[in-house]
Design a protein around this ligand. Structure first.
Ligand code: ADP
Ligand code: MG
Length: 390
């Protein structure tokens, strides 16, 4: 059964009536621009056609009651218990409920009304594989409260409140890309976000391609150390390069040409890390006219180059991710393949000719399993609409 029917039926069972509304918010995958968000660069995600659905109605009481159908669990909160992450009986909110409750908390903080609701929600976005199941819950609840509270916000504002919820209420240090893509997605189009100005627009994604996401089934190892180290290397590079390029704020401000001229002053490892960022930002710049002109193969080459650089310069790939990419790049119809997300495990993203996507997905999984002994998940996706009421 699809997750929207699952949510509606669970609502009927739990509350013995029909839900008044249905909200939907998709997951996302990033096609190009990796590890550049914290360097003021550009990211190029799409919202995917897997989503969280919430069936909901106003509660008529002061309790919000949430049913997480996929976990078969219920949680409650009121305006009074919300700031303490507690339920009315004093018990802590379960982890999954922190995402919707955090959204209510962030909306309240922005002076937006969040009337009590009763809701059941379900999703077909895999959890914790880097397709942003968490942001989709936040954005779907953002949409739900906007309809009950009778207010509206530009999607980017809703995204920023979702990020605030995840950073400060759930306690996960994510950037803006997840909530942004989930809120602002457009059918058949890729999004281009400037992580410095937060300006964005969409670009055409060739209609004769599909996106295939391949989950290596290796969970991202707790790599906050590795992540922080890379951030520190980028900051160190900016400080050193600023001696020759006064006024630069971030690696975004360093051209490939200046970098090649001045990078000999950097320690070897810092130089490799910074090279990835400077060249990746250049790749996203090159990608814009390619997409506008429908030059799909050339865009795919940039994805391949991104993977090589994440592997050799940024050092965030793993043998499993490399294997998945290597197999993909050898299959017919594959235009580009690379690891997506922070790395150290998780998923790859592949741009594949539409008519070959089925065969591609059928070959990729078994070949990976044969080589690694691991069982992967393969998802064929299309670029879909962002969060909204159905
Ligand atoms: P992702 O990469 O999928 O966003 P996160 O670790 O950021 O991974 O978020 C996953 C968390 O979001 C889960 O542990 C759970 O708390 C919550 N979540 C995701 N999907 C669901 C769902 N269908 N029902 C309830 N909670 C969910
Ligand atoms: Mg997440």
């Amino acid at each position: 059964m699809n997750p929207s029917d699952t949510a509606i039926q669970a609502f009927q069972r739990r509350f013995s009536e029909q839900p008044r509304y249905l909200a939907r918010a998709p997951g996302r995958v990033n096609l190009l621009g990796e590890h550049v968000d914290y360097n003021d660069g550009f990211v190029m995600p799409i919202a995917i056609d897997r989503a969280t659905y919430i069936a909901f109605s106003p509660a008529g009481a002061d309790h919000t009651t949430l049913v997480a159908v996929d976990f078969n669990e219920t949680a409650q909160f009121t305006a009074e218990t919300l700031p303490d992450r507690k339920q009315p009986d004093g018990s802590p909110l379960p982890e999954w409920a922190l995402y919707p409750a955090g959204m209510a908390w962030a909306l309240d903080g922005a002076g937006l009304s969040t009337p009590a609701m009763q809701a059941a929600f379900a999703s077909d976005i895999p959890r914790g594989s880097g397709l942003s199941s968490s942001a989709s819950i936040e954005m779907a609840f953002g949409v739900a409260w906007s309809s009950l509270g009778n207010w509206s916000l530009p999607p980017m504002q809703l995204a920023r409140l979702g990020q605030k919820a995840e950073n400060h209420y759930v306690g996960v240090n994510c950037g803006i890309m997840d909530q942004f893509a989930c809120a602002c997605g457009e059918e058949g189009r890729l999004l281009l976000l400037d992580c410095r100005s937060l300006e964005y627009r969409s670009l055409p994604l060739p209609s004769d391609t599909l996106i295939v996401v391949a989950d290596t089934s290796v969970r991202r190892k707790l790599s906050s150390g590795g992540y922080n180290e890379r951030r520190a290397a980028c900051e160190q590079a900016v400080r050193r390069l600023a001696r020759d390029l006064p006024g630069i704020q971030a690696l975004r401000d360093v051209s490939v040409e200046s970098f090649n001229r001045l990078s000999r002053h950097l320690p070897v490892l810092v130089k490799k890390r910074a090279r990835h960022v400077v060249e990746e930002i250049e790749r996203t710049r090159q990608a814009i006219p390619l997409l506008e002109q429908g030059k799909t193969h050339e865009f795919g080459h940039l994805m391949n180059a991104c993977h090589t650089s994440l592997r050799d310069n940024y050092g965030v790939s793993t043998p499993e991710l490399d294997t998945m990419v290597e197999i993909a790049q050898s299959l017919p119809g594959c235009l580009g393949a690379r690891l997506t997300g922070a790395g150290f495990g998780g998923c790859t993203v592949n741009l594949v000719a539409r008519e070959q996507a089925e065969a591609f997905a059928r070959s990729l999984g078994p070949e990976y399993e044969w080589r690694t002994g691991l069982h992967p998940e393969i998802y064929i996706c299309q670029a879909s609409q962002g969060a909204g009421l159905l």
